[in-house]
Design a protein around this ligand. Structure first.
Ligand code: AQP
Length: 328
């Protein structure tokens, strides 16, 4: 039997190169080796306020992006989280075995709470528990994510182990899969922060749907470090970030890239990187536009049905283990 993977992206804003290089790209590579479930995590997206019409549109846009980057619905299951009610149900159960102190420690919560300061939603606080439910429902062996999700994965493992210990063997304990390169693509306007959909400064992220002029402008205005040399050097995070994006999009080795840019300036790097990115995005955007509405509806309905069958079986077991029974 193939091992299983599960991962997801929130339909909360413009999907960017960080999401692609840190997550989606690896899903495509892994899907033939693993039985794969790729979720559009709209229940996670509503942990911050969303415009309903926009959320619905972004959910469908993200499904198109999954298909366009190369997720093959013949081998992978693509579905929308809110189509499978067991995600929210299992999250409640897991809430009851999670400690406040565990969630208070989460870096993402602390960062988002700091940005929102007043009226921080309970949903943001509880986000990692819902994520644990997403993963454990499918008995995933592996969870391909960017570096930022590592801490959440550790909590998922702890909750699975705790439940198994207290109620009997129920969940598979998943491992994170974090790519060796690209796990943390940084903001173009502040290379100390990760590239993020929710960044107020839109210049920090290259959206997968950005047009060529926008891409050129964003790279042109990207922050650089002091110094002149174009080398992969962790101590110069801005250039390191630009070079990492270049490396992942061209498939060239670091040595080839350093040799290519030897004696050239930052402006050259930025303009070549912009063109490489535009050439990568052009066919991707065409494929996104080519996915028809009917095709999308059919795929999402099939995906939800397949996901539901597995989620229902796990949740039935959870209820049995916990004594959650009613009429027989
Ligand atoms: N900058 C990044 N570099 C590498 N991987 C990244 N991921 C996100 N940002 C980077 C990975 O993308 C997947 C989906 O992320 P998400 O939508 O669930 O939310 P996120 O991690 O919180 O990403 P954003 O873009 O920062 O969204 P907002 O601003 O809405 O919170 C995950 O696997 C993540 O690791």
């Amino acid at each position: 039997m193939k091992k299983r993977i599960l991962s997801g992206v929130q339909p909360s804003g413009n999907i960017h190169l960080g999401n692609y290089l840190g997550a989606l790209r690896n899903w495509v590579a892994l899907q033939h080796e693993y039985e794969s479930f790729f979720c559009i995590v709209n229940l996670h997206a509503i942990t911050v306020p969303q415009d309903p019409a926009e959320l619905a549109a972004k959910t469908r846009e993200l499904a198109r992006i999954y298909l366009a980057v190369g997720i093959d619905p013949k081998v992978s299951t693509i579905f929308v989280q809110s189509d499978v009610s067991q995600h929210a149900e299992l999250a409640w159960v897991l809430n009851c075995i999670t400690r406040m102190s565990e969630l208070e420690r989460m870096t993402q919560f602390k960062e988002k709470a700091r940005r929102q300061r007043e009226n921080v939603g309970v949903g943001i606080f509880d986000y990692p528990v819902l994520m644990a439910a997403d993963i454990l429902l499918y008995q995933a062996d592996l969870v391909p994510v960017g570096e930022d999700q590592k801490q959440h994965l550790e909590l998922t493992r702890d909750l699975a182990e705790r439940f198994n210990r207290d109620y009997g063997e129920t969940f598979r304990v998943p491992e994170p899969f974090i790519p060796p390169v690209g796990a943390r693509i940084m903001s173009l306007s502040d290379p100390t922060k990760k590239m993020s959909k929710s960044d107020e400064d839109e210049r920090g992220a290259i959206g997968l749907l950005d047009d060529p002029d926008t891409v050129r402008n964003k790279f042109r205005r990207a922050v650089t470090d002091s110094g002149m040399e174009i080398r992969f050097d962790q101590r110069r995070p801005a250039i390191h970030n630009l070079l990492t994006i270049y490396q992942l999009l061209t498939g060239q080795t670091r040595e080839e890239i350093e040799a290519h840019f030897s004696g050239r300036g930052y402006a050259q790097l930025k303009s070549e990187l912009a063109e490489v990115t535009i050439e990568f995005l052009r066919p991707l955007q065409e494929r996104i536009r080519a996915v028809g509405d009917d095709e999308l509806n059919r795929l999402l309905a099939e995906g939800a049905e397949r996901a539901r069958s597995i989620a229902a079986e796990t949740y039935r077991l959870v209820k049995e283990r916990m004594g959650l029974v009613g009429a027989r």
